[in-house]
Write a protein that binds this ligand. Structure first.
Ligand SMILES: [Zn+2]
Ligand SMILES: [Zn+2]
Ligand SMILES: [Zn+2]
Ligand SMILES: [Zn+2]
Length: 200
């Protein structure tokens, strides 16, 4: 998984990728284990006030403790799907780490050693930075977090040659707030997967 992607999908308590994310009433998510540790170190009792480590909004800690908090299924799904998209289509278990400038596709190291042997390649993160610059002009309509997600979708899109999703579709997608936003990204990723499969 790339560093930039991790930024978006990272728990602000452990600064790592979410593990079993649960969300508070302010809709900020944290790993279950991180919340357990947070609750313990702040001596929060079941039914007591849980101050969000990110926005300071107060939620009630359920009677069952952290276990009683709702699971962030959307984030879970998103994590799975993003991980899946960055796997090589040919070598299912290999992460795509390079961009082949010659064939205009993202490839894994096994691809590089075989089919793309001798082709000029770029590090995938370098390619990501280029994409990011292309997207800069849209910044004023979307906030930072949504922006990063858009870059990732753009990146995922460009990894599959000639995706059918147009820029205005994306704009529509990012105009939608809250939970709906994640759901839409998940739909979009599903759609991309289908397009890829039909073309393969
Ligand atoms: Zn965490
Ligand atoms: Zn919060
Ligand atoms: Zn491969
Ligand atoms: Zn190539």
């Amino acid at each position: 998984m790339m560093a930039a992607l991790e930024d978006v999908l990272e728990c602000s308590l452990c600064l790592d990728m979410y593990m079993k994310p649960k969300y508070l009433s302010c809709h900020h998510s944290f790993c279950e284990q991180c919340l357990v540790a947070y609750v313990e170190s702040n001596n929060i009792r079941p039914g007591g006030d849980l101050v969000c480590p990110e926005c300071r909004q107060v939620s009630k800690l359920p009677v069952k403790g952290v276990k009683g908090l709702p699971v962030d299924f959307n984030m879970n799904k998103l994590l799975e799907k993003l991980a899946d998209i960055f796997l090589c289509d040919v070598h299912k278990k290999e992460e795509m780490k390079l961009f082949c400038s010659q064939c205009n596709v993202y490839i894994c190291l096994v691809c590089h050693a075989s089919k793309h042997n001798g082709h000029s390649t770029k590090d995938i993160n370098e390619k990501y930075d280029e994409k990011k610059n292309e997207c800069n002009d849209k910044k004023e309509i979307i906030n930072r977090k949504k922006n990063s997600l858009e870059y990732n979708i753009q990146l995922a899109k460009s990894s599959k040659v000639d995706m059918q999703i147009q820029a205005d579709d994306l704009e529509k997608l990012f105009g939608i707030e809250g939970n709906k936003f994640l759901e839409n990204i998940i739909d979009e990723l599903d759609r991309m997967k289908i397009v890829t499969k039909t073309r393969a």
